[in-house]
Design a protein around this ligand. Structure first.
Ligand code: DAK
Length: 260
């Protein structure tokens, strides 16, 4: 399906979703959120997609936040609807059974930082800047930032970002565990694709269960989470990939995973 604010590219099992509103620093308006939701519903089922990369168009911004101009005049009911939509999109991204990598190519602010937080892995270009500047606008993060940021980088660091509205550069984002790695801007997509290719070379069923175990396990206590992990671990032994993976190791050859 052609989108107005998204570009979608696919090669070798990797689908790249590009937020394409460069004149507004790729800010998220309602249509962009609706298109993202639709894209993720489709990509979740799409057989040609094994890993998804999200990035922004141009070299300045990943996503500079929710669209302030569009938000300014929302009624309370419209704001409620907008918030619901935003949460839904974050959930689709986070719960997607396929790995999602954010390739952060510039400003990732407000809703943009929150969208990156909903992804599994964040690779930052050297010009990336992250922040939750909502307090500058008299609001608080509304797409899960207060929750996901604290879970990822800890309460103190999350509160510093959220209460000051200050941005952190790529080096600091890496130091505090917000970004997984930093690369020069021109190598950003290539690095994200290399990582995606590495993931694709593994058994996709195991990859999916591993994501599920980490994501869901973090929401419950350790004892039950370990129990949950045991169940998923057991499930791996019902797959052809487990047999192939172990056979290949013992036969000293590369495994040929089928994702089954
Ligand atoms: N929305 C709309 N337009 C934006 C934008 C944004 N978030 N960010 C930038 N732009 C537009 C600018 O207005 C400008 O447009 P023109 O004037 O050219 O028409 C163009 O992009 C270029 O921006 P600048 O001229 O400002 O470029 P600079 O390089 O000087 O600065 C900047 C780049 C990213 C530092 C700056 O533009 C900036 O500070 N932008 C705002 C960043 C921000 O505050 N982001 C957080 C937005 S609030 C909710 C759930 C979630 C949210 C809200 C509600 N519910 C629960 C209801 C989320 C809120 C947010 O994300």
């Amino acid at each position: 399906m052609p989108y107005k604010n998204l570009l979608i590219e696919n090669e070798n099992g990797i689908t790249t979703v590009i937020i394409n509103r460069p004149k507004a620093m790729n800010a998220l308006n309602e249509l962009t959120l609706i298109e993202l939701q639709d894209a993720f519903i489709h990509l979740t089922e799409d057989k040609a997609t094994q890993v998804i990369i999200i990035t922004g168009s141009g070299e300045k911004a990943f996503i500079a936040g929710a669209d302030i101009a569009a938000m300014q005049s929302l009624t309370a009911l419209e704001a409620r609807q907008f918030a619901k939509l935003g949460h839904q999109v974050m959930r689709y991204i986070e719960a997607c059974p396929k790995p999602v990598i954010a390739a952060v190519n510039g400003f990732a602010l407000g809703g943009g930082c929150e969208l990156a937080l909903g992804c599994d892995i964040r690779i930052a270009a050297d010009n990336a800047r992250f922040g939750q500047p909502e307090v500058n606008l008299g609001i608080i993060p509304g797409f899960g930032g207060t929750q996901r940021l604290a879970r990822l980088i800890g309460k103190g660091r999350a509160l510093e970002l959220i209460l000051t509205g200050n941005m952190v550069d790529a080096a600091e984002s890496y130091r505090i565990g917000l970004a997984n790695k930093i690369v020069p801007q021109e190598q950003l997509l290539e690095t994200a694709k290399q990582m995606a290719t590495t993931i694709i070379s593994k058994g996709s069923y195991a990859v999916r269960l591993a994501k599920e175990a980490v994501r869901n396990g973090l929401e419950i206590d350790l004892e039950r989470a370990n129990q949950y992990e045991s169940e998923l671990f057991g499930l791996c032994f019902a797959t052809a990939d487990q047999k192939e993976g172990m056979e290949a190791f013992l036969e000293k050859r590369q495994a040929d995973f089928k994702g089954a």
